[in-house]
Design a protein around this ligand. Structure first.
Ligand code: C5P
Length: 403
């Protein structure tokens, strides 16, 4: 994940400082070369020797800073850095970093580096919730720093609350998901992604919908953005927050979605239809709330077919454009998938078996079989929707490059 990347780990004064040693080791296992800057507070909890032995590199501390050796240590370390991680970041370190202080070796190095930055807070829950800390967090975020959310759980003080240092493996996973070193394979490309389950209204307060959470589509939009694309996410209502740097177009019904997709598709390089689109919609939408009546024990709802958006897209698709569909199947995955790919003139179809309870609609994991237009198929392992989305975006980039 971090092959050959230079990571500077800034460790500050927190009981969780001992876990930074495990984090350094996990980052190395993920391919990184790690160097450490210790604040004076951190040195109360852990020693420079531990980190020097683990990283096989000198550790920058206030004691070793400004030796008369002709080297400006904080600039040398800052220039070496590809990624700066402050973990654990105490309330005091967050305050220093948010305000651009450079009054010790660790904060001076941080200020001097232009590399991407991640802060992993760890502190007492009251210190975390203090308005000043939250203000500092906001400031860091608006400066472009990624601030991870501390865990809620048992604190060293003996009671539970938010402020716990995330487990090292979780930190590595969350930083990986930021996509900081993703190759810019979609730079200059416009990608439309659709997500979520459409809502087909019966009346002003009722609608038909499905189980789609939107997670797969949001993960695809994020992966496309991380690969450098200009992304438009057309989304049915979901509980998810908008991915950063993406243009979001909210829609409700299949008719809205069709309009939003067809009006934008001519300007796009690729379209990924991850939305779970209703196949039928009520023939009439009542203007007023449908009432129960005493003379009738049943209510018959007449449905009509929705427009097949990808089929309509196929009629206006230019040779250089790439279209990708999803197929949620409960049987004959490959046969039904291949048929959809041809019916809708797709370049790629991601088919998944929604009869399995461990993957699919609402979960964080998925397993899909990619079906290519030439009939080649490739099944992913069961893994996170984030990784599946990245694999899908790699394929989109390859398809665009060969068109
Ligand atoms: O519903 P179905 O399995 O046919 O969906 C396959 C693909 O077609 C999906 O990518 C879905 O978003 C898209 N679709 C569509 N218009 C519909 C139904 C599905 O574009 N009316």
């Amino acid at each position: 994940m971090f092959e050959d990347k230079h990571i500077t780990l800034t460790v500050s004064g927190s009981v969780a400082a001992y876990k930074a040693a495990l984090l350094a080791r996990d980052l190395q296992r993920a391919g990184a070369e790690v160097r450490v800057a210790l604040t004076a507070g951190a040195a109360q909890f852990v020693t420079a020797e531990t980190f020097a032995a683990l990283t096989k590199a000198p550790v920058l501390t206030d004691e070793t800073w400004w030796r008369a050796n002709g080297q400006i240590d904080h600039i040398e370390l800052a220039d070496w850095t590809d990624l700066a991680i402050a973990a654990p970041a105490s309330a005091n370190l967050m305050a220093q970093l948010a305000n651009g202080l450079a009054d010790d070796a660790a904060s001076a190095t941080w200020l001097a580096t232009a590399a991407p930055k991640v802060v992993v807070p760890a502190m007492n829950t009251h210190m975390w919730q203090a308005p000043a800390t939250q203000r500092n967090r906001q400031q860091l975020v608006s400066d472009g720093v990624h601030v991870l959310t501390p865990a809620t759980g048992q604190l060293a003080e003996g009671y539970a609350g938010q402020g716990r240092f995330l487990e090292p493996a979780e930190i590595v996973a969350q930083i990986g998901q930021l996509g900081l070193f993703v190759p810019q394979t979609l730079a200059g490309k416009h990608v439309i992604v659709t997500a979520g389950g459409t809502r087909e209204r019966l009346d002003p307060v009722r609608f038909l919908t499905n189980d789609s959470s939107g997670k797969m589509g949001y993960a695809v939009a994020t992966a496309a953005r991380q690969a450098g694309a200009d992304v438009t996410l057309i989304t049915a209502p979901t509980k998810l927050s908008s991915p950063a740097g993406v243009t979001v177009v909210p829609i409700e019904s299949t008719t809205d979605l069709a309009q939003a997709v067809l009006s934008r598709f001519p300007q796009a390089d690729a379209l990924v239809m991850a939305a779970a689109v209703a196949d039928f919609q009520p023939e009439v939408v009542a203007d007023q709330k449908i009432k129960k009546t005493t003379d009738n024990d049943e209510f018959i709802l007449k449905l009509k077919k929705t427009p097949d958006i990808l089929k309509e897209v196929a009629t206006i698709k230019r040779p250089k454009q790439v279209t990708v569909g999803f197929a949620a199947e409960t049987q004959n995955l490959l046969v039904n998938g291949a048929k959809k790919l041809h019916d809708k003139s797709l370049d790629l179809l991601a088919a998944n078996d929604v009869s399995r309870s461990d993957i699919g609609f609402n979960g964080d994991d998925n397993q899909v079989t990619f079906i290519m237009a030439d009939g080649v198929t490739d099944q992913t392992p069961k893994t996170s929707k984030t990784l599946i989305a990245q694999a899908l975006i790699d394929r989109v980039a390859q398809l665009l490059a060969t068109k």
